[in-house]
Design a protein around this ligand. Structure first.
Ligand SMILES: Cc1cc2nc3c(=O)[nH]c(=O)nc-3n(C[C@H](O)[C@H](O)[C@H](O)COP(=O)(O)OP(=O)(O)OC[C@H]3O[C@@H](n4cnc5c(N)ncnc54)[C@H](O)[C@@H]3O)c2cc1C
Length: 374
């Protein structure tokens, strides 16, 4: 029996756990995997994720200094139609494989000793009762009871489906693949590269160097376009390289280290119902990925923080009603909802009017593009 159960120990769940560590509440965090575990991602840890984590936990800054499986990102270069726009980053952002970064973050939570941890425990069923929820793992091997649930179980998780009736909408969803390569020509460890191709606009191809001379390489585009244009995303990844002279040259000496794997991104261009009686959804389970950049880690951390703050309020006021918890949705909307909606519109415009991207590149409007590629 717990006051709060956090389902999922990715960035959203760990942020919520860290923000709740001094609450005095009886809390557990549950994940279906034993860590370290991989997560298909571009591995770009955005500046806003670092900023929020430092705000949540005063010791995070020192913990981050001791974590050496990361590279500081100093530059992003975008290519389209033989034109190039460069951005220099002032904010502290990194690349780090998710197997390393998420394990580091989860270890920060574990070290605090304030919260029970269950790994290798996949939640299968959630049943609402008078006082909260009964939550069962696969084959009913463990049954938990909780007054409050924080859903942080990512895309395809159980909480968004069972608690909020969430279903994928292809207009607000990206289909994506990524692989790891070694020996790509002309890469710099601190430089991320993004490529556009008019055939696949507004989707993009990325090369994000991580540690040990390896780069995370991937491609993603709107799921609606994938279906309408009958695109095989894995084939499109290789076609993207074939269609670009620059990429062909770069990949000539390269060796694939980890083969292509796919995963979807639930976009925040659609604002879903992310709370209700006794529950709050965060991160990908609340569909908070930026529609243009595809970044979701920063918003996952922020939503975990706000979910924890709302949960503390609920216990203080002994009010777990949907109406009271709605304050969470409202605060989150104020902080990032408007921006996500705006970027959703931008995605639509880029999709219908690809000349807008052409224009931005021709004019070297880095500030215009920078609004989105962050
Ligand atoms: C190809 C790709 C590239 C991306 N690139 C970037 C990028 O470069 N930068 C960026 O900021 N974002 C990127 N994103 C988005 C980013 O990966 C997500 O937004 C982010 O991981 C969301 O964090 P989260 O904590 O909500 O979910 P997750 O990181 O998915 O964590 C969810 C956790 O819940 C656990 N879980 C799931 N189901 C259950 C269950 N039933 N019971 C118990 N535990 C469960 C999982 O094991 C997992 O540990 C990318 C996404 C994709 C698919």
């Amino acid at each position: 029996m717990y006051d709060v159960i956090i389902i999922g120990a990715g960035p959203a769940g760990c942020a919520a756990a860290l923000a709740l560590k001094d609450s005095g509440l009886h809390i557990t965090i549950i994940d279906k995997h034993k860590f370290p575990r991989d997560k298909v991602c571009g591995d770009a840890i955005p500046g806003r994720a670092i900023k929020w984590l430092k705000e949540i936990d005063a010791s995070f800054k020192d913990e981050l200094c001791t974590f050496n499986k990361k590279i500081l990102t100093q530059k992003t270069v975008c290519y389209y139609n033989n034109k190039q726009v460069d951005f220099d980053w002032k904010q502290e952002a990194y690349t780090s494989t998710r197997i390393d970064f998420d394990n580091f973050l989860f270890n920060v939570v574990k070290k605090k000793n304030a919260i029970d941890v269950f790994e290798n425990t996949e939640i299968k069923d959630i049943i609402k009762d008078e006082n909260g929820f009964t939550i069962s793992s696969r084959n009913n091997t463990t049954v938990f009871k909780a007054t409050m649930i924080i859903g942080a179980d990512g895309t395809n998780g159980v909480t968004a489906k069972k608690l909020a009736g969430f279903e994928i909408d292809r207009k607000h969803h990206v289909a994506s693949v990524r692989a790891y390569y070694k020996n790509i020509a002309d890469t710099e460890a601190s430089r991320c590269e993004i490529y556009f191709d008019k055939k696949y606009l507004p989707g993009y191809f990325w090369i994000f160097p991580v540690t040990n001379g390896i780069a995370n390489v991937g491609f993603g585009m709107l799921s609606e376009d994938v279906v309408q244009k009958n695109i095989n995303v894995k084939k499109a990844f290789y076609d993207f390289i074939e269609r670009s002279n620059v990429l062909q040259r770069k990949f000539k000496p390269a060796n694939i280290e980890v083969t292509l794997q796919g995963c979807g991104l639930p976009l925040g261009s659609r604002w879903i119902n992310m709370s209700g009686d006794n529950f709050i959804l965060t991160g990908d389970s609340a569909s908070l990925v930026d529609p243009v950049s595809g970044a979701g880690i920063g918003n996952a951390v922020l939503s975990g923080k706000l979910a924890a703050e709302q949960t503390i309020e609920c216990f203080k006021k002994k009010n777990f009603s949907a109406a009271f918890i709605k304050a969470y949705d409202k605060k989150l909307y104020k902080m990032i909802g408007i921006e996500l909606k705006k970027n959703g519109w931008a995605l639509k415009y880029f999709s219908r009017m690809p000349w807008l991207i052409n224009l931005a590149f021709s004019m070297g409007k880095s500030n215009f593009l920078k609004k989105f590629i962050k």
